[in-house]
Design a protein around this ligand. Structure first.
Ligand code: FES
Length: 176
């Protein structure tokens, strides 16, 4: 089972003032309309907005602040506390590499090194082509097939550095 502690999905150094491409605020408006404007709904609102955009664009966070009348520090405090929240657009595929005990002893760290060597990313980071965002998981629930990884919706077991290299390359030209 993946745990929050294993993921480092909130990018360091991100701030609401960073320049971003213009976004369609419609989905965030719909989410805000579906909840009462109460502070206690802050987390579910942020979750729904992230579901809609795959991350939390700064414009949408501003909308949440205005609707719930909460301060920037409070909202970003919540966002940075929960590893599930992302303030930067993730890659096309979330690449979850299991770092649980079984996977760790069977070579997950050298697979992590290979990913870093090829895509120059560590936990919580996205490669330059915005293809993969790497997350670490504490157990993906299939220790018998360690080391394990999930790429997008696909589960892969008994991987090694070479297999991982081939596997990730196969996602580079996929149309999905
Ligand atoms: S430790 Fe990796 S699947 Fe359980």
């Amino acid at each position: 089972m993946e745990t929050d502690e294993a993921n480092e999905t909130v990018a360091e150094g991100s701030s609401p003032e960073e320049e971003t491409a213009e976004i369609d605020c419609g989905p965030a408006e719909e989410v805000l309309k579906s909840f009462p404007n109460k502070r206690r709904f802050l987390i579910p609102i942020l979750q729904k907005i992230q579901d809609a955009y795959r991350f939390l664009p700064p414009e949408t966070v501003e909308m949440v602040m205005a609707a719930l009348r909460v301060k920037r520090a409070e909202v970003y405090g919540v966002i940075s506390f929960y590893p599930q929240f992302r303030t930067e657009e993730p890659g096309k595929y979330i690449l979850k590499l299991c770092y649980g005990t079984a996977c760790f002893v069977k070579g997950a760290p050298i697979i992590g090194d290979k990913i870093k060597e090829i895509y120059h990313i560590g936990p919580g980071q996205t490669d330059d082509k915005k293809l993969f965002t790497l997350q670490l998981a504490s157990c993906l629930g299939n220790c018998g097939a360690a080391p394990m990884a999930i790429i997008g919706d696909d589960t892969h077991g008994t991987i090694d550095p070479d297999k991982t290299t081939e596997l990730l390359a196969s996602y580079e030209n996929r149309e999905d």
